[in-house]
Design a protein around this ligand. Structure first.
Ligand SMILES: C[S@@+](CC[C@H](N)C(=O)[O-])C[C@H]1O[C@@H](n2cnc3c(N)ncnc32)[C@H](O)[C@@H]1O
Length: 247
């Protein structure tokens, strides 16, 4: 039986004490199906994604940073949604790509170069001053060319540099979408993406909201709930912190 443990948690006041406490909890358990990381602690779980060959090969190749490894359960949710997206007509869209790690994991696991559809990745990449608060260590002029290079072997992956929603108008969006991943850590951008793209999502298409369940992003959840309720849809908050919506 496999376990998957990391030290990646957001929020503990004393990280060292927190990890020590978790270790003490683990010592009281049968070491079976333990997952620790990304603000989750589970035990006696199947952790089925660890037995998914194409997924694990792709994670091991593409997730270099501790944080990227720790969010493996979220990435497994994305792959599940993307596999379901392949069963419908339509292209894939990601709003908020950063280094492209999640998208690249999906592309390798799905052998996307041989899929009969496109994947459109949108991000500002080099943040303007008013978006400075969203800056990660890799933002800047080098990020866009690095992401273009990362997907160079996927002729059906298109990378769009610009601010959402303006970039949608400037460079266009697919007419039909079967998989939509929204991960921008700010309510204004996420709502504008939903308003622009929702009608293009095919019935049965998958929408994944990365930040939906996180308390620090509660304003996003409130705005998104208001949006989806008007469409007669409900979002499911799952333990990874993501929100799932099936159109
Ligand atoms: C958390 S990162 C995305 C991580 C990526 N989805 C992954 O899983 O590897 C959030 C990204 O959203 C982008 N972003 C936020 N607001 C945006 C906007 N209005 N237009 C374009 N990009 C935006 C930021 O530049 C940042 O790279």
């Amino acid at each position: 039986m496999k376990n998957y443990t990391t030290n990646v948690f957001w929020g503990p006041k004393n990280h060292g004490d927190f990890i020590k406490g978790l270790q003490q909890c683990c010592d009281t358990l049968d070491p079976m199906g333990i997952f620790i990381g990304d603000n989750m602690f589970t035990f006696k779980r199947n952790l089925s994604f660890l037995d998914d060959g194409p997924f694990m090969a792709s994670v091991n190749t593409n997730a270099g940073e501790e944080k990227e490894k720790a969010i493996i359960w979220r990435t497994a949710v994305l792959l599940w949604a993307a596999r379901n997206g392949l069963r419908r007509k339509g292209d894939f869209v990601e709003c908020g790509t950063y280094k492209g790690t999640s998208a690249r994991i999906l592309c390798d696991a799905l052998d996307f170069a041989h899929c009969d559809r496109s994947f459109h990745l949108y991000d500002a990449f080099d943040l303007p001053p008013e978006m400075e608060y969203l800056r990660g260590p890799s933002h800047g002029p080098d990020l866009y060319p690095a992401v273009v290079k990362r997907f160079a072997h996927f002729p059906n992956v298109h990378i769009h540099k610009g601010i959402i929603p303006d970039i949608f108008v400037r460079e266009g969006v697919p007419d039909v979408i079967s998989f939509l991943h929204i991960d921008m850590n700010n309510a204004h951008a996420e709502l504008s993406a939903l308003e622009f793209l929702f009608d293009r999502v095919v019935d049965g298409g998958m929408i994944i909201l990365d930040d939906y369940g996180w308390i620090n992003n509660k304003d996003q959840k409130i705005a998104e709930d208001n949006f989806f309720i008007k469409k007669g849809l409900h979002v499911l908050e799952i333990p990874t912190g993501q929100g799932l919506c099936l159109k």
